[in-house]
Design a protein around this ligand. Structure first.
Ligand code: SAM
Length: 307
């Protein structure tokens, strides 16, 4: 585990640096500018939920991009990520689109396409966040929308790290039954037209449980009480990816830190973090949350090593 030099302590909190940035701190500014100052190959994981196009305003000085401007604006961060991400690292992007005037916008698909074509990052996978609760959609034609997208980009499809055993889940009854029947593969059609059963998959359940599926049932922020930020994500989202994709002591970046959810999860799991946010009010919120989280998790065995 790479150690960062502890430079000094203020009010009981350790200060560690990454380049010119203090670690375990959310820095005020435009992430497009601040990201340029991150050292090369220095970040283990980016997990973030940016402002979506045409939606919430995050303060009177913060520009809300329309869907035409959005992709060019956001692409800059991914160009930087290709430089500052470690080859073992991942970039997890939670994003959504909207339907207006009868049409769902396509900017998310354009963004993903251009990230892959223009930045050198690879898309390892795409996941669906199925929201356990959501407001009903108005109108008769459109069905109730209960999903958001999560995209997983990596710099190197062979070198990026995962710790799947840490996120395994109990098997469903039906899967365990399938393991008991001798074969559980699909029919394969042979060149002569006959079929045989494939032996795909293992014949025994994994002792630590099943691999999670690519649809996540995270709660929405409405399940959180008392947070003042207008659009926080639920800690379950960053927690899953931080556990799956990083080790203790690794550095997690949230370039749109908002009310500090990613920071709180990093403290809970003994990871270091760097945050950016453009709105000073949210920086205050996030600092408050960090202080409270350090108190809340002070009994964690390794917390003192990093905070
Ligand atoms: C969807 S919110 C993030 C919420 C966060 N995940 C949480 O749980 O609180 C997006 C955040 O991005 C910030 N933001 C918008 N434009 C920014 C920019 N150019 N640079 C840095 N932060 C920005 C907003 O102030 C807002 O707090």
């Amino acid at each position: 585990m790479k150690k960062h030099k502890i430079l000094y302590k203020t009010r009981g909190r350790k200060k560690m640096k990454l380049g010119n940035f203090d670690l375990n701190k959310t820095h005020l500014g435009d992430c497009m500018e601040l990201a340029k100052k991150l050292p090369d190959n220095s970040i283990d994981l980016v997990v973030t939920s940016p402002p979506y196009a045409d939606t919430v305003s995050y303060g009177h000085k913060v520009k809300v991009f329309n869907s035409e401007e959005y992709v060019n604006w956001f692409l800059e961060l991914f160009k930087e990520a290709q430089r500052f991400l470690k080859p073992t690292g991942s970039f997890i992007l939670n994003i959504n689109d909207r339907a207006t005037n009868g049409e769902r916008s396509t900017y998310v698909f354009e963004l993903v396409y251009r990230i892959v074509k223009e930045t050198g990052l690879k898309m390892f996978d795409r996941y669906i966040w199925f929201k356990k609760s959501a407001l009903p959609m108005p109108g008769e034609k459109r069905l109730n929308d209960r999903i958001e997208y999560i995209f997983h980009f990596v710099k190197d499809t062979k070198k990026f790290k995962t710790y799947t055993d840490r996120v395994r889940v109990p098997y469903k009854e039906v899967s365990l039954k399938r393991f008991k029947s001798k074969v559980h593969g699909n029919d394969i059609i042979l060149p002569d037209g006959t079929t045989k059963l494939s032996q795909r998959g293992s014949s025994k359940p994994h002792p630590k449980g099943a691999k999670p599926i690519t649809v996540f049932r995270f709660d929405t922020c409405s399940a959180l009480r008392g947070l003042k930020h207008p659009a926080p994500y639920h800690p379950q989202l960053p927690e899953f990816f931080i556990k799956w994709l990083t080790d203790e002591g690794d550095i997690v970046l949230d370039p749109f830190m908002g009310g500090g959810t990613t920071a709180e999860v990093c403290i809970k799991l003994n990871r270091k973090f760097i945050g950016f946010d453009i709105n000073p009010e949210y920086i205050k919120m996030s600092e408050e949350r960090v202080k409270n989280s350090i108190k809340k998790y002070k009994s964690n065995k390794n917390l003192k090593e990093f905070y």
